[in-house]
Design a protein around this ligand. Sequence first.
Ligand code: SF4
Ligand code: SF4
Length: 344
Amino acid sequence: MNDFELKWLAFEITPRCNLNCIHCRTNASMNLKDKLSFEDITNTVDEISKEFKPVVVLTGGEPLLRGDLFDIADFIKSKGMRVGIATNGTLVNEDTAKKIKEHFDVASLSIDGSQSSIHDNFRGVKGAFDATINAASMFKKVGLNFIINSSFTKRNQHDIENTYKLAKKIGAGAWYMFMIVPTGRGEEISDELILKEDYQKILKWHFYMELEEKDIFVRPTCAPEYYALCDMEAKKNNIDFTRRNLKFSTGGAKGCIAGQKIAFIGYDGEVKPCSYFLRSAGNILKNSFVDIWHNSKIFKDMRDFQNYNKKCAACRYINVCGGCRARADAYYGDYMAIDPYCFV
Ligand code: SF4
Ligand code: SF4
C-alpha cells in the first residue's frame, strides 16, 4: 500500500458564515461569496475517487448555508466515499438534523467551552453555545454520530477539562482538542496562544485522561508532540498504552499527517496539506488535485522527513511526531523548520 494515500479530505465549500470566531482560519463572513461552483467541487471529487477513497468532510464557513450541500454529499457517496459535515450547529433544527442524517455519515460540532459565557466569547455571537448544544441533542435524537471539536487559546484553556466532560455528557462519539495554530483571524490572536510550558502540561493531562477514558474517542489535534509524550510517559511509568482506532479516523498513527494522508481544499480552490497551512500547493480551478497531491513541491516536502530541520530529522520520534509544519511556517517563515512548540 502506498504510504501516502489520501485518507481524509477537508473541503471548504463556502466562505460564508453566520458566526464571527476569533480564531477563524478563513476570515469567514456573510459578506463573502462562494467561489466554487457545484461542478468545480464534483469534478474534483470525481477525479479523486478514481485514485483514492478518502472520508470527505464538507466544511466552511458554515456549509449549511450552501443550497446544494445535500447534492454535493450525495455525489460524494455515489463515488464510494464516506462524507462528513463540520457545522457550527446554529442552523440545525430537528428537520435539518434528519436531513443531515440521511445524507451524511458523520457530523462534527465545535464547542469551545463548557458554558455560554466562554463559548460565545470565543465564537463572537451570543446564543451560539445554546444553539450548538441544541444541535447535539437533535443529532442524538435522530441517531447521527457526532464529534465535538474544541479549540483552545489562553482565553479558554482553564476550561479544557470541563469542555471534555461536556462533550461526553451530550453524547459525542469523540472529542478532539485543537491546539490553535495562528492563521487567518488567528494571526491577530498570536499573543493569546497557549504558552509552550502550558502546552506540555495540557498534553500530559490528556495522556492520563485518555488512559482512563473508555466511552468516547479522544485525541489532541495539531499537537504532534503528543505522540512523543505518550511514549515518554508510558516508558517512564511502565504504562501499557495502546491507542484505539477511530471509525472516521484520518488514518494515521502519527501526530501530523498533513500532506501524507490528509489534505485541505479552501473555498477559493487552493490546495494545502492541512487547513492551518499558510501556503498553497496549487488550485483546483487551474490544476488537477491528484497532480498536486503527487507532484507539488509542498506535498513532496511534507513526506520528505529526512529533509526536515536537523533536530526533527535526527529525532527518534520523527515517524510518530514530525512536528507541526504549519506552526513552523507561521513562526519562522519555513515549514521545514523546527516546530517552535517542540519540548522533546
Ligand atoms: S501541519 Fe500542524 S496544523 Fe497542519 S495538520 Fe499538521 S499539526 Fe496540524
Ligand atoms: S524534534 Fe521534531 S519530530 Fe522530534 S519531537 Fe520535536 S517536533 Fe517532534
